[in-house]
Design a protein around this ligand. Structure first.
Ligand SMILES: Cc1ncc(COP(=O)(O)O)c(C=O)c1O
Length: 447
């Protein structure tokens, strides 16, 4: 197969292999893929293989992978240390209804790194981790309700996805954001149990928490939510959420499914936040399905049996903490020392400042947000403090989609919505490639 950097083959020409596979897939799979986020116009791209920072599709097009399986790949594809660890485990068996030592090794590594992780329990996805965290919060407090941020994505658990895609037609008054079901068929009872706040609205958060009072189990918070535009969190907001939850006896549940890649001990340590429970996933599985609920001994004890009776929150599944995932996670986390995070930060700074220069040179009204190894471009200059500032009009959304097609044609694969992430496999030449492709795509937008 002849390979080339970037191409419009997968995104434009109907005769591409990706287009043909997609046509076949739709005979068997609703919408052709089991994962909505892979859908692109006119068809998803079908992968052939990935190596380091690059992926190659079935048409031979090569892309610098700034999607990284939606931020979960942090040391690159086919990483030798992960391949060795997984290979060794594969030869010894993949999944058993027997406990394994490697689970303990990953658990102790994570608990050693993060002060609030006194105990951790694994699962198989970030969705499950958020669900487990909320169930533990409810069991621990004996209360039903949850508060979350408008527009924030936390996976597909009913309560966690409320108001994920609110829009001006249904999001309600700024002073009283509405709880909007995401999936059709969400029970009314779920909607009644979820309160919505704006990101960075300290007063609004405090008022909502106090209003719910002894009905509130937890506030669920991602410190840098991608669907809210990767905004910078304001210290007053976090402080208000932390203080008010303590005052009413509710828990603070942090969703670090993505933000755990921001630092050696997670974003919570960088920002000085003290959560009761944290949901983690993505990078801790080294490219395999994973999730984890970690936190203080009190709420985490809801997962443990007491006096021979069943746990308050029974948890586990057929593939929970399977040794392949645990081995891959351990091999990844062992590579993520402080120097690795410094390198990711340095590359992230170079990307964000390079994108800002490219925007200036193109003369377009765009902006860049992000931190560490995360970045996002926006086709407007509104100050992004919350979901409503970040929310794109249909014209703006079309502009981002055009940008993504153009940068993809230039050999860079982003995550959708102008969102991207970096991996340690990237070199300075790769960063230069990303910036050159972005500059060309922005110049297209200007013309
Ligand atoms: C912040 C956040 N929470 C939770 C999830 C759900 O994780 P998973 O896709 O592993 O279920 C995601 C997934 O992208 C996420 O970004």
């Amino acid at each position: 197969m002849a390979e080339r950097i970037g191409s419009s083959a997968s995104s434009g020409r109907t005769e591409s292999q990706s287009a043909a596979l997609y046509a076949t897939a739709q005979q068997w799979i609703p919408d052709g893929v089991s994962r909505a986020t892979l859908l692109r116009r006119p068809n998803p791209i079908y992968v052939d293989h990935g190596k380091g920072a690059w992926v190659t599709d079935v048409d031979g097009n090569r892309y610098l992978d700034c999607n990284n399986n939606f931020t979960s790949i942090i040391v690159g594809h086919a990483n030798p240390a992960i391949a060795e660890a997984v290979g060794a485990q594969l030869a010894r068996g993949t999944a058993f209804a027997l406990a394994s030592n490697v689970e303990i090794e990953l658990a102790s590594l994570l608990c050693d790194r993060v002060e609030s992780f006194e105990l951790i329990r694994f699962c198989n996805s970030g969705t499950e981790a958020v669900m487990g965290a909320l169930k533990a919060a409810r069991a621990f407090t004996g209360r039903p309700n949850v508060i979350k941020v408008e527009g924030a994505y936390h996976g597909t658990y009913d309560h966690a996805e409320a108001s994920l895609a609110s829009d001006p037609t249904n999001w309600g008054d700024a002073a009283a954001p509405a709880t909007v079901p995401y999936a059709s068929g969400t029970p009314d009872s779920v909607i009644e149990e979820v309160g919505i706040i704006h990101f960075n609205d300290a007063d609004g958060a405090r008022a909502a928490i106090e209003r719910q009072g002894d009905r509130l189990a937890a506030v669920l918070l991602d410190v840098m939510p991608s669907q809210v535009g990767l905004p910078t969190i304001e210290p007053e907001f976090v402080a208000a959420v932390r203080e008010a939850t303590r005052e009413v006896g509710a828990l603070l549940v942090l969703d670090e499914v993505i933000s755990f890649r921001l630092g050696y001990s997670g974003a919570q340590t960088l920002l000085g936040i003290e959560p009761d429970i944290t949901a983690v996933a993505k990078i801790i599985g080294g490219g395999f399905p994973v999730g984890g609920v970690a936190g203080r001994e009190g709420p985490m004890s809801t997962f443990a049996r007491t006096g021979g009776s069943r746990a308050k929150v029974p948890s586990g599944g057929t593939f929970t903490a399977n040794p392949i995932t645990m081995a891959a996670g351990l091999a990844t986390m062992n590579q993520l020392d402080r120097a690795a995070f410094a390198r990711l930060d340095e590359m992230g700074e170079a990307v964000r400042s390079g994108l800002r220069s490219a925007i200036e040179r193109a003369g377009v009204d765009w902006q860049v947000t992000g931190r560490g190894s995360l970045f996002k471009v926006h086709p407007h200059t509104r100050h992004i403090r919350n979901y409503r500032n970040a929310h794109l009009s249909s014209d703006e959304a079309a502009e981002v989609e055009r940008f993504e097609h153009a940068i993809q044609a230039g050999g860079v694969y982003l995550s959708g919505g102008g969102f991207g992430s970096l991996s340690l496999a990237m070199t300075d030449d790769d960063i230069a490639h990303l910036l050159a492709a972005a500059a060309a795509a922005l110049a297209d937008s200007a013309s």
